[in-house]
Unconditional design. Structure first.
Lengths: 148, 148
DNA sequence: AACAAAACCGAGTAATTTACTTGGTTTTAA
DNA sequence: TTAAAACCAAGTAAATTACTCGGTTTTGTT
């Protein structure tokens, strides 16, 4: 049940874009450096995020990526789903998809998978990039006080 | 974020054992047949469940497997974790394991992964095999009324 | 005692997925 | 004109998954 690097790096990259949300496009190279990720690989992920409408890209020199809306309107759920697909723990409970399993109506395990899926969705859809920024500020303030 | 067949089949097999919980050992062959699973593969899974103390095995003719306690004392969480390991979405938030990431204290994404992990655990630990039996009975009664 | 049913065990393997890299092209501000 | 950047398609090594195979051991039944 691990997330792949697509989802993990995607959230990191989007969080980075959120921290640098100013209207100016942020080049991949700087995201990759700050987050310690491969630029070429990130490129693929950004393609997915762009297709999902979560970021806009600006081509050419001084170009880069910008969040398509403010950080409080983008959720972790949208990011992960756009890069990894449904968070369903098994294929037969992927949202808006017909299952080919004719026993579905009688299937008890299916009920379990649905509950897992729903609870994951509920959590990830409730966390926005703005929430992460707020957490970030709290964490750093607290640790600065403690350490300093 | 899919469960592997280990977790899926494991839950099915344990549910089958719960439905057939009578004191008599249930041979793998019959579980495999009823659930449509490979017997040889199930064998591997039962080894994991046995090591976790969730089932007892009886060797020799007329042998098989029995739940180690009553269905209301065994949760889906215990089953899945014994076959797949932690439900943590990323390695750095596996329970009772030190992370080698020195940035952990300052890490915001980590907070997200912890919340996902916790919510998954909460759901799977709240569902017992007895709950599944109850659901099963309800489902079949309802469908029998509707169809018949 | 012999047989057969069953659990137990270790190793092997084909297919798939993952996590990238490579080598370009196109666009555009300076 | 140049260089920085996004865009794109394809390739690939390593890991994981979902099994199978070929046994050995145990034990109730006949």
């Amino acid at each position: 049940m691990r997330l792949s690097t697509r989802g993990r790096y995607g959230v990191k990259a989007m969080f980075d874009l959120a921290l640098n949300y100013s209207g100016e496009p942020v080049p991949l190279k700087s995201i990759a450096e700050r987050q310690g990720l491969s630029e070429a690989y990130l490129e693929q992920l950004m393609a997915g995020l762009r297709k999902a409408g979560l970021v806009k890209s600006v081509r050419g020199a001084q170009g880069g990526y910008v969040l398509s809306t403010s950080p409080d309107k983008i959720t972790v759920g949208e990011i992960i789903r756009s890069l990894e697909g449904s968070m369903a723990p098994v294929d037969c409970v992927i949202e808006n998809e017909e299952t080919d399993c004719e026993k579905a109506e009688y299937c008890v395990t299916r009920l379990v998978w649905e509950r897992i899926r729903d609870s994951i969705n509920q959590v990830v859809d409730s966390i926005t990039l703005q929430d992460m920024i707020d957490d970030y500020k709290r964490l750093h303030q607290r640790n600065a006080e403690k350490d300093g």
